[in-house]
Design a protein around this ligand. Structure first.
Ligand code: ADP
Ligand code: MG
Length: 723
């Protein structure tokens, strides 16, 4: 075995590792939601009136009477304390993709010097973290006020366990004192309401009499990498940036397709079982797990849930994933592109909308009136993706995801909708006026009857589409693995609300001129004439599509975050969020500021690391090797043997080239005078990123030249293949 001392040490540690024993597997029924204060526990612990009120709030989002909050708080405290909790925390989701918490004790010392516990409805409802250092995009600077958290009763409280006992966690919103949303939960809840309001209008125009509150659903598939921490700890880039900034590809990558759905390595399986046991205790319905395409890459997908709960669970899942990986000696990488040359990680967000009376509105159903509702909702999505494509692109924009979108492994940076052959034909026929209903009974025979035979789970899934219909839901496939699902869900719910409002207006007019069927077809025909360009069933990776999309269909190809985020300042996007009540102009502007700042910071941190690692790790290794080589050449010469100097020259050349790029990068990083945030982002995307790549190109070429026992950084083949 070759490799330098610290790499050899790491390999030794890994190969001699003893499996950490995990607790004995328990039956699912024993552990399921055992750490969640869910409706079942409330039914046991609350009086009938309070239980009913909570049940209604959780189902419909209806406001909760403060007296009920007091009762719930008391029961929640008793439950948590009976499980050993001494602390509670409101947990919230700031505009960064992070999860935030501030812990408080239940304890109060009374006059007699005894410790008692206290937790009132007031404490449950409102928390006051000193959140002054959360990015707020200027909101609280202008209002000179702190933020506060407020309990979200529609997402259940739970216990977060550590080796020393549990803490009660209370899902919350986070707002400024002036009532502006500083988080991702408030706009998600508002977008759900906007969608419900608009959907109610459409459904009642369609003659539905009983219409329950509509909710959006989300099932997110999470991809991630595992690297043994013995390697990760020697890679400052993995520790600080979550991805490798250097590293020559291993001789073997993913070309044999031998990892995808392959047998899960036993050590990883042990980790997954431990991870999923924790998820089950937290009431997160983990459903599938498997190896992904790249070596060292895996996926977990829970069963879908109401969007608000699913979003909270997604954040919790990422936390538990990282913590459990650490317990098993792994660093879990959620970054979108941890390793160059092999696949990166995404998060497919499966999304649908429905209610208790009409069911899933994105399911074609089996009865004629269900077909009509389905076509309208599906049409609404098509319109949304077309009209607000740049918004969908903006909400998935991040420094990490820029490495995937547009590369031939992930959906392109052009937003289009894939419907599948059959449904695409139905919409095409509508657009072409073949389903006008004028010919005797033509509508039903020609088009809508096709839908019952529609394959629910089409085998020909189009994996190259960023936004695909998959039988009873849409799958937004371009979301990044590290991102919160809330941004995409907010955008999808809001664009749907806008489209359904438009449809309601159109439908009202059309219904006065003809039958329900004719009205639906007329509205959809108009919709398709304006927005049908977004429907695309071909190969999204092909260069022909890139050309056709932009030149013939007028769709936008938006390659980087720097190009994507400014869409948040566009008038039509401002209007969209304001008219639906999801985000005020101030709230939207603050989001642009925060996301832009996050992007700039990510790139600048990476650039600093590149400079640091090139100077302090790679340069010393390269020059040491160069000295060795040069002395070998001269020693040989003294002995009368002529050694080729080609390698000496090559190493010298690459080293100089690397240091020249480091200097250029340092200069670019020092630049400060930018006209505005857009210009600063463009500098990161256009200049800094390119210079980082230049440094890396020389360094990776050096990795292939320098003696293996002198190379300081764990190599791709070690990190990806040794477990
Ligand atoms: P695939 O990898 O084939 O896309 P998976 O089974 O890995 O499928 O993941 C599909 C995800 O979609 C799961 O989280 C699943 O619960 C979710 N899902 C299924 N039906 C719906 C629906 N109607 N609305 C939202 N999500 C759904
Ligand atoms: Mg999927």
């Amino acid at each position: 075995m070759s490799g330098n001392e610290s790499r050899l040490q790491a390999i030794y540690q890994i190969t001699n590792r003893e499996e950490t024993a995990t607790e004995n597997p328990k039956k699912l029924s024993k552990i399921w939601a055992s750490d969640v204060f869910n409706l079942a526990k409330m039914e046991e612990m609350l009086d009938k009136k309070a239980y009913k009120a909570m049940k209604k709030t959780m189902a419909t989002g209806a406001a909760l009477d403060p007296a009920v909050a007091d009762t719930v708080a008391a029961a929640m405290k008793d439950w948590a304390i009976s499980k050993g909790a001494k602390f509670f925390s409101h947990i919230f989701y700031p505009m960064t993709n992070a999860t935030a918490e501030k812990h408080d004790g239940f304890i109060i010392a009374n006059a007699e010097g005894n410790a008692i516990t206290e937790f009132t409805g007031g404490l449950l409802i409102k928390g006051e973290p000193d959140g002054s250092s959360f990015p707020n995009g200027g909101i609280r600077v202008t209002n000179a006020a702190r933020g506060h958290t407020a309990w979200d009763p529609t997402s259940p409280a739970y216990l977060m366990q550590t080796a020393n006992g549990p803490t009660l966690m209370i899902p919350s919103v986070f707002m400024s004192w002036t009532g502006e949303a500083l988080d991702k939960k408030i706009p998600l809840l508002r977008s759900n309401k906007a969608m419900n309001d608009a959907a109610q209008k459409v459904l009642s125009l369609m003659g539905e009499e009983e219409i329950a509150t509509l909710n959006s659903s989300c099932g997110a598939e999470q991809e991630y990498f595992l690297v043994d921490e013995n390697f990760a700890n020697s890679r400052p880039d993995l520790l600080l940036a979550g991805r490798t900034l250097f590293g020559a590809p291993a001789a073997k990558g993913q070309e044999f397709d031998d990892h995808y759905f392959g047998a899960i390595p036993p050590r990883v399986q042990v980790f997954m079982q431990d991870f999923e046991n924790t998820l089950y205790k937290l009431g997160i319905p983990a459903k599938t797990h498997h190896n992904e395409v790249a070596p060292g890459q895996f996926e977990i997908a829970p069963y879908f849930e109401a969007a608000n709960v699913a979003a909270d669970h997604q954040q919790l899942l990422m936390t538990v994933l990282k913590n459990t990986a650490k317990k098993h000696g792994f660093l879990c990488l959620l970054h979108e592109k941890p390793f160059a040359g092999i696949n990166g990680s995404g998060k497919h967000v499966n999304w649908s909308v429905g209610n208790a009376t009409q069911g899933n509105l994105l399911d074609p159903g089996s009865k004629p009136h269900e077909h009509l509702n389905f076509l309208l909702f599906c049409g609404a999505v098509i319109r949304g993706v077309h009209k607000y494509g740049p918004l969908l692109r903006a909400v998935i924009a991040s420094a990490g995801n820029d490495h995937r979108l547009g590369a031939n492994e992930a959906p392109p940076a052009i937003l289009s909708v894939y419907l599948g052959d059959q449904l695409e034909k139905v919409f095409q026929d509508i657009q072409d006026g073949k389903l006008t209903g004028s010919e005797d009974g033509g509508i039903m025979d020609l088009g809508l009857d096709q839908i019952p035979t529609f394959a629910k789970d089409p085998g020909d899934r189009n994996r190259t589409s960023p936004f695909a219909f998959t039988g009873n839901r849409f799958e937004f496939r371009a979301v990044g693995s590290e991102q919160s699902v809330s941004g995409p869900l907010i955008a999808m719910n809001t664009m749907l609300a806008d489209s359904l409002n438009w449809i309601a207006d159109e439908l009202e007019g059309a219904l006065s001129n003809g039958s329900k069927e004719e009205a639906v077809i007329a509205v959809l025909q108009k919709l398709m004439a304006e927005h049908g360009q977004a429907v695309f069933g071909g190969d999204g990776y092909s260069s022909e599509w890139h050309k056709e999309a932009v030149e013939e269909r007028g769709l936008k190809n938006i390659p980087t975050t720097a190009d994507a985020l400014p869409a948040l300042n566009d008038d039509d996007i401002k209007e969209l969020f304001e008219s639906t009540g999801v985000l005020s102009n101030t709230e939207l502007a603050s989001r642009y500021e925060v996301y832009a700042e996050q992007y700039i910071l990510s790139i600048e941190v990476e650039a600093k690391l590149v400079i640091d690692m090139a100077k302090t790790s790679i340069y010393p290794a390269a020059t040491r090797y160069l000295a060795d080589l040069a002395s070998s050449v001269s020693v040989a010469k003294e002995a009368g043997v002529e050694l080729s100097t080609a390698t000496v020259e090559k190493v010298a050349e690459l080293t100089s080239a690397m240091m020249a790029s480091v200097d250029s990068l340092s200069d670019a990083l020092a630049q400060e005078d930018f006209a505005d945030t857009d210009a600063h982002m463009q500098h990161c995307a256009g200049t800094i990123r390119g210079l980082m790549d230049d440094v890396r190109a020389s360094a990776d070429a050096l990795e292939r030249e320098v003696a293996d026992d002198m190379w300081p950084l764990p190599k791709y083949q070690e990190m990806l293949f040794i477990k």
